[in-house]
Write a protein that binds this ligand. Structure first.
Ligand SMILES: [Fe+2]
Length: 279
């Protein structure tokens, strides 16, 4: 197994390993160390990775996460474990049947609108388009470290409201109120292994800073979003079939670039469970 850097911002690329096979503890420790240091792991060339092997990989990093939204019976056609989700634009009878089928998606943190967001999210690329549909990852530890003093003072001493209406991909899409979830989180969280602080806000879901009037809150959030999305903190992942990608869902933000809705994109997702977030 070889592990190398993906970019200056974050990420490690892992090659020379077949995750359908069982692994010894030293390999698992090396993967865990690389994940803690780099926040994103891309394991290349995983041919026909079984759902069981996908789950086993996730469990190297912690217990498997439950889905934050109710399982939709439309999704569960196969023999995958109940925690599975497919991020996919596959259609049945001409209609989308899976989650987040199309389009660009703003920077966000999965499940930041619930008490216990996933610690990590893991996608396996089964079918990806030739062009488009890249995923961008921002390093929130580096973003925190580089904050100007006035913004750091705000985030160190405030919490923020995170809101999501399922299937919205842009901020302030109101959508169906029965599908709306929200939770107040710290604006700074600590990496569980390294102890580094991370700037825990995102453009899609962080709507307001607690205890601030709307104009002041909007102005500060706009600066924070622009800061954390600066190119120096961001790695852009161009998917290859067979990529297994795990991201730290507390210390990174991610976004999706647009792609042709007629080009098939089918990814299998599991998460690693997380606990309540503490500043
Ligand atoms: Fe996401």
């Amino acid at each position: 197994m070889q592990i190398g850097k993906l970019s200056d911002a974050l990420g490690a690329e892992v090659t020379g390993i077949d995750l359908n096979q069982p692994h010894n503890p030293a390999t698992v420790e090396a993967l865990k160390r690389a994940f803690a240091e780099n926040l994103v792991l891309v394991v290349r060339d995983q041919k026909d990775l079984s759902p069981e092997a996908h789950v086993r990989f996730c469990e190297f990093f912690g217990p498997l996460g439950k889905r934050s939204r109710p399982a939709d019976s439309r999704h569960e056609k196969g023999n995958e474990p109940a925690e599975v989700m497919f991020v996919s634009n596959r259609r049945v009878d001409g209609k989308y049947v899976y989650t987040l089928p199309e389009g660009e998606m703003m920077f966000h943190i999965d499940q930041c609108y619930v008490e216990r967001p996933a610690r990590a999210t893991c996608l396996y690329a089964i079918v990806v388009p030739e062009v488009g549909g890249d995923t961008l990852f921002g390093n929130l530890c580096a973003a925190y470290d580089a904050l100007p003093a006035d913004l750091r003072a705000v985030v160190d001493s405030h919490r923020a409201l995170n809101v999501f209406t399922y299937d919205s991909t842009q901020r302030d899409q109101v959508g169906d109120p029965s599908k709306r979830r929200e939770f107040v989180q710290p604006m700074v969280v600590r990496h569980a292994v390294t102890g580094r602080k991370a700037l825990y806000v995102n453009r899609l879901m962080t709507w307001s800073i607690e205890g601030m009037d709307k104009a002041a809150s909007d102005a500060i959030l706009a600066r924070l979003f622009d800061h954390q999305e600066e190119p120096r903190f961001v790695y852009r992942h161009k998917w290859r079939k067979g990529d297994l990608l795990l991201w730290d869902n507390q210390c990174t933000v991610h976004a999706r670039a647009d792609f042709d809705p007629n080009a098939e994109r089918h990814l299998r997702r599991f998460t690693v469970a997380g606990g309540p977030l503490a500043a």
